[in-house]
Design a protein around this ligand. Sequence first.
Ligand SMILES: NC(=O)c1ccc[n+]([C@@H]2O[C@H](COP(=O)([O-])OP(=O)(O)OC[C@H]3O[C@@H](n4cnc5c(N)ncnc54)[C@H](OP(=O)(O)O)[C@@H]3O)[C@@H](O)[C@H]2O)c1
Length: 318
Amino acid sequence: MSQTARDGFGPDTTTDEVLEGIDLSGQLALITGASGGLGAETARALASKGARVVLTARDLQKGEAAAQTIREATAAEVQVEELELASLASIRAFAERFLAKHEALHILVNNAGVMACPEAKTQDGFELQFGTNHLGHFTLTGLLAPALLRGAPARIVSVSSRGHQQSPVRFDDLAFEKEPYEKWVAYGQSKTANVLFAVELERRLGERGVHANAIHPGVIATDLSRHMQQEDFEHIRKRAGGAMKLKSVESGAATQVYAATAPELDGRGGRYLEDCHVAEVNDDPEAREGVRSYAVDPELAKRLWAVSEELVGQSLPL
Ligand SMILES: NC(=O)c1ccc[n+]([C@@H]2O[C@H](COP(=O)([O-])OP(=O)(O)OC[C@H]3O[C@@H](n4cnc5c(N)ncnc54)[C@H](OP(=O)(O)O)[C@@H]3O)[C@@H](O)[C@H]2O)c1
């Protein structure tokens, strides 16, 4: 595909189009939550270009089924590892196994996520959405950073969401101990944390060749909506201004595959991407496109890192 075609990437661009002309042989990619949805498609696409891929799944049987589909479609080496992001013990055990097996990691896609679930806690007592979507990936990435540094140039992709527009990180009430739990605010907070995490990762690792970006995939019919009721679909439609264009899974996963591989992003990080391009900051409350300034504020990103270290009881000296 020519440079001109890449310039024309947009909402309908697919993973295969993003990867046209790109060779990933020799690269190791790790994708969390790859038992289905966008994670499985991301793994398939990267594998189709020769990357060795490690899929993580909390349900190994589901992960194996996804891996088998990829093995049948590509010649790539595909491994599956158990990882429960709502458990620090599971994350630490996984990281230990991973580091024992692999010297270097080139692409880390922090994709797993849970959305708008009823109020619940992780095994370590964190609010479930913040705990899974942010603290789980925070801990995992910190533990895997040595392998990413050995793999440099390497990339980290933080799969966020336009849902980040529903809430900044609520530092004074992260776990809804003062205000009643609101599932969309909790999701929004966790997805804002995903963007802030990429900003701070970039500040800490960018100069050493490990670049981190956050992305919004679009709206795609996946199992992510498993907790949604009819009223929630209405809520999303209303936020989208009535018009909600669904993407295919191949187009939905394209932005994270773009962030993981696009040569245009060489040496660049700390950005928020949507529809396969870097998005602008936009604080217009009516705006659906773009990233809110509270999600890319470098001071808030530093503060989130410090709070996260304290919560998980682990300092990540990167
Ligand atoms: N689909 C959309 O419209 C959309 C829009 C914006 C952002 N996103 C983001 O895209 C990412 C992927 O979502 P998706 O649409 O592909 O949803 P999905 O089909 O539900 O996939 C989510 C993946 O995360 C895994 N997961 C959930 N909780 C986990 C935990 N505690 N530990 C380990 N793995 C866990 C799931 O495992 P199980 O299969 O075992 O549940 C699954 O593999 C999420 O971060 C989501 O926030 C999606």
